[in-house]
Design a protein around this ligand. Sequence first.
Ligand code: EAX
Length: 325
Amino acid sequence: MKKLMAILISLVALTSTAWAVPYKAELKIASATALEHTYNVGAQYFMKLVEERTGGRIKFKLYPDGQLGKGERELLESVQQGTIDMYIGSTGPLGGFSQSIQILDIPFIFRDYAHVDKVLDGPIGASLIADLQKVQMKGLAFWENGFRNLTNSKRIVRTPSDAKGLKIRTMENPVHILAWKSAGVNATPMAWGEVYGALQQGVIDGEENPVAVILQMKIYEVQKYLSLTQHVYSPAILIMSLKRWNQIPADDQAIILKAAQEGAVYQRNLGRANEQKMLAELEKHSMVVTRDVDKAAWVAAMKPAFDTFAGQFGKDKIEAILNTK
Ligand code: EAX
């Protein structure tokens, strides 16, 4: 009898796995930038890899340009609630959900791209990504927004004193707000979806973003002056709602993670390899590009933000980033 039962149980187990319905889904990915921006070019590269490697079982629908939400904070709220499956965008507003990631926003904490990659792809980045699970988000990989630069409609800006009194839009991010306030500008936090219109109407004098955003979001149409301050490195991140992530079988999760990491290398390079070409295009669109900004003066002007947040996050964490070689 026992033997018969054992045969029956193994038969049921065998047939149940054989008949298990393979996981299928169409996942929504949302961003706040134009389709030709590096986020969405990278997203399409990622989507293709996953679709190919799952034999088409996992597909995607990409919603660029803020179609599903005016700014990145709203898109992140939807991912947290599970109404949007995935987000590709900057980590700027993410600190409002998971504070630890704001350490990456400290002005002048990164030396160069090599330093960025070592930190984001190492234990420090991994621990910041792990923190996101506490707020219902699965961070898949750090992608790239880039080093941020100041644009304005009024005048050439080389030093912080040139920028004094300008009304500059910042991301909804306390580190950025304090950094610009310390530099003596009128820092105005605003959702990305409102920025172009506010610049066009003169409600604000300027904003700050990486070169790819300034070009591919046509900021040159409403801004005359670009100063290559590179005052903050702005990571991007590919995130999935934890609710959706937990529905995906482990094998498919591994495929998604690997494609996200391969996508990171591909997408980061899109901005880096083309930055000089994009700057030349901005000059063709009659932007006045100031390359010889007084970097030491900007570091000094934004030091209060560096010190405040170094205190908040702890000297050990700051040194862990600064000493990453
Ligand atoms: O992520 O809000 C911003 O300035 C971001 O850099 C932009 O949306 C690209």
